[in-house]
Ligand binder design. Structure first.
Ligand SMILES: N[C@@H](CCC(=O)N[C@@H](CS)C(=O)NCC(=O)O)C(=O)O
Length: 223
């Protein structure tokens, strides 16, 4: 039996969604973030040394890293579903987006989160203005331009086909859902990016996505 080690408000929501799309039975083991630090609890380190989510166990196999988990599940349980045929142009795009999501798109989104939080952290009163100034400068000179670069790129790619890999919905769309949801939570301007907004609306309407939300519990990404 597949066990999904699920952290609230996290990337493991994608894994629940994939399993619902594939209609594969699984169990969920729940972990709650520390309300102050938002880190995962230490018990997750007993599953995988990094203690991050998602991670799945399946018999003797422990698989971490969203993209690797998606590849593993599609290969072992997909029977050809949700992955374009090997050797096709769609398969190349599929592989690209599977890697791009965590390898490129998440980096500026993570920086946005960290530098957005910096001025809100406890600090001596005389340090606060310095923190605010540094955070503001890094955001305006690097993070925001990088975010726009990636969000505009995603928007233009979604203008070339219905889904990320091509005309058919695939597991690459599941993998790309998290950066798009995180961008929306962190203020990416939806009005300027109608294709990205429409992508989010289409995935949120999928019955499997909604079933996964019921299983996973409240899902609100940090802004
Ligand atoms: N690139 C990894 C990122 C894993 C990751 O950072 N997960 C976050 C949740 S979205 C986490 O576990 N955070 C809690 C912590 O770092 O303690 C993946 O895609 O699986």
């Amino acid at each position: 039996m597949i066990v999904v080690h699920h952290l609230n408000n996290s990337r493991s929501q994608r894994v629940l969604w994939l399993l619902e799309e594939l209609a594969v039975p699984y169990e969920v083991k729940r972990y709650q973030r520390d309300p102050k630090t938002l880190f995962a609890p230490p018990e997750l380190k007993a599953v995988h040394p990094l203690g991050k989510s998602p991670v799945i166990t399946d018999g003797p196999n422990t698989v971490a890293e969203s993209g690797a988990i998606i590849e593993y599940l599609v290969e072992h349980y997909g029977n050809g579903r949700l992955v374009p045929p090997a050797g096709s142009p769609e398969r190349l795009r599929y592989t690209y987006w599977l890697h791009y999501a965590e390898g490129s798109a998440m980096f500026p989104l993570l920086l946005k989160l960290v530098f957005g939080q910096l001025p809100k952290r406890p600090a001596p009163f005389f340090i606060k203005p310095v923190l605010r100034a540094i955070a503001g400068k890094v955001q305006s000179s690097y993070i925001d331009p990088q975010l726009s670069l990636h969000q505009d790129y995603i928007e233009s790619e979604l203008g070339t086909s219905e889904w990320f890999a091509g005309a058919e919905f695939s597991a690459a769309d599941i993998q790309m859902s998290f950066p798009l949801e995180a961008a929306a939570a962190r203020g990416a301007n939806a009005a300027q990016r109608p294709k990205s907004l429409s992508f989010l609306q289409k995935i949120h309407a999928r019955p499997a996505y909604q079933r996964a939300l019921e299983v996973g519990g409240p899902y609100a990404l940090m802004s």
